[in-house]
Design a protein around this ligand. Structure first.
Ligand SMILES: [Zn+2]
Length: 487
């Protein structure tokens, strides 16, 4: 297959690998089928951190991410409840704290009223808070007059009763809500993957529950994966995965296991990021982290440690020291790393941790960070500083927390900071940012010798861009998505 018209031309073999590039590709293309493209050919872009499960749920449940006012949100909950039986759950996600202002707060009573007393669980956009109705709070066992169960933080009214929002309490609710049935889930997952391919993505790293992995395997068995997926299990299944002998690399180039995702702390928006200056929630103690590193060495499953506050990042890095050099595939990652104390940058590099970061979080969180991290934002979303210190960056979106569009992420990582005047010294050059979306993502999944570069022998994954727009996506030497020609 010869991809020509865009620069450089690329010649791919039937096995989906690159044979030659540029003039060489054209010269050696006798007998090849030709795909005409226009624009610039980049190595296939990847996303090192997103949530396919939540993207699927947005297709199935109430998607509140584009809801602009509280009244609109309540109307939509009421409309959904009206179509359900009296005991059924109303499930939704994507609401933002911006809907509330001037002293108003999300209350359980508001949901009770519009949902007719049904259990309602609405996951916030950053996925770290659940806004629930009274019935849902009771069913999830949220204590009315006892202390918060770790690691939850329960918002309370002046009488001390739960007022509606539970931070870091998602699992207690998600356990209870009905699961979509298999075929509906798979259809939605396929649509989600096709949408991601159309955005120019050739590979994604998913942080998802096992049901997503199951559905991915079913799609793969029918040859219906349009892009490559690296799957990370929830950390509470690591022990079981180890017993089954699952290890990093299981699978093939389309669907493979890398490791596990564990939460060291919470989030900036929910006020649960763990800070050196005090505050936040430690979801894993130092002892838990030590055990996790030991288990990672024993099972040969890599660690993707979610750490947002500067203390969580620090504790995660300290714990990772015990694993350095433990097995050839050892490749720990810090997910988000939104606030890295300057004195931890050399430790980051020293333990060989990958900084798996999401450039769009910076524009999305800027106001919050200026408020909650006043005086510290010179070390927030510090891509430039980490890259200059030699820390490997892998970029992604955390979708659906932010848009999965890598072109928006590229702009946030490069031009955005100087444009708005927010610590422009932390921005990346276009070349550095592209590396983080390509070779960096490949490195963060342990496949840097096969993916992430335009080079003979590498997999023929290409993102074709014209005027900063993705016009075609090629994965494994096959055109998976092409924008309609505007002419
Ligand atoms: Zn995430």
């Amino acid at each position: 297959m010869l991809f020509r018209g865009a620069a450089p031309a690329v010649l791919a073999a039937a096995d989906g690998r690159i044979i030659a590039l540029g003039r060489d590709a054209v010269d050696r293309s006798a007998g090849a089928r030709v795909v005409e493209l226009e624009g610039r050919v980049l190595p296939g872009l990847g996303d090192s951190h997103l949530h396919l499960h939540e993207l699927v749920r947005l297709h199935i449940d109430l998607d509140l991410s584009r809801t602009r006012t509280l009244a609109e949100l309540l109307r939509r909950v009421a409309a959904r409840a009206g179509r359900l039986g009296p005991q059924d759950w109303v499930v939704g996600s994507g609401w933002s704290g911006r809907l509330f202002g001037g002293g108003s707060a999300p209350s359980r009573q508001a949901l009770d009223r519009v949902a007719g007393g049904r259990p309602v669980a609405l996951l916030s956009q950053d996925e770290h808070s659940v806004w629930a109705s009274t019935r849902a709070l009771q069913m999830a066992g949220i204590p009315w007059h006892r202390p918060d169960p770790h690691p939850m933080v329960v918002d309370r009214d002046p009488e001390g009763e739960p007022s509606g929002v539970v931070r870091e309490g998602g699992p207690a609710f998600l356990r209870l809500v009905p699961r979509p049935d298999g075929p509906a889930y798979e259809r939605a997952l396929e649509r989600v993957l096709q949408h991601l391919a159309a955005l120019g993505l050739c590979s994604v790293h998913s942080m998802d529950p096992p049901e997503t992995y199951f559905a991915l395997q079913r799609l793969h068995a029918r040859g219906r994966l349009p892009l490559r997926v690296t799957y990370n299990l929830p950390a509470d299944l690591m022990e079981d995965a180890g017993r089954l002998g699952l290890r990093q690399g299981l699978g093939d180039s389309w669907l493979r296991v890398f490791g596990v995702k564990a939460f060291v702390d919470g989030s900036l928006g929910s006020g649960t990021a763990e800070m050196r200056g005090g505050g936040g929630v430690a979801r894993l103690s130092d002892g838990d982290l030590r055990d996790l590193v030991k288990l990672s060495i024993r099972t040969e499953l890599n660690l993707c440690l979610h750490a947002i506050g500067d203390l969580a990042v620090h504790r995660a890095l300290l714990a990772l020291r015990a694993g350095v050099g433990s097995w050839p595939g050892w490749r720990p990652r810090i997910e988000h790393a939104q606030l890295v104390h300057p004195s931890d940058v050399s430790l980051f590099k020293g333990v060989g941790a990958v900084a798996s970061m999401q450039p769009l979080h910076a524009p999305a969180d800027r106001e919050l960070a200026d408020g909650l991290w006043a005086g510290l934002t010179g070390s927030a979303y510090a891509w430039g500083r980490l890259a200059q210190a030699g820390v490997r960056l892998a970029f992604g979106s955390d979708a659906p927390v932010d848009s999965a569009d890598p072109m928006l992420g590229l702009e946030a990582a490069t031009g955005w900071r100087s444009r708005v005047g927010w610590h422009p010294e932390l921005a990346l050059t276009r070349r550095e940012a592209l590396l983080a979306y390509t070779a960096g993502v490949a490195f963060a999944g342990g496949v840097e010798r096969q993916e992430g570069r335009l080079r003979p022998g590498y997999r023929c994954d290409l993102t074709v861009v014209r005027d900063s727009r993705v016009v075609a996506t090629v994965v494994g030497g096959v055109l998976r998505s092409a924008a309609p020609d505007p002419t």
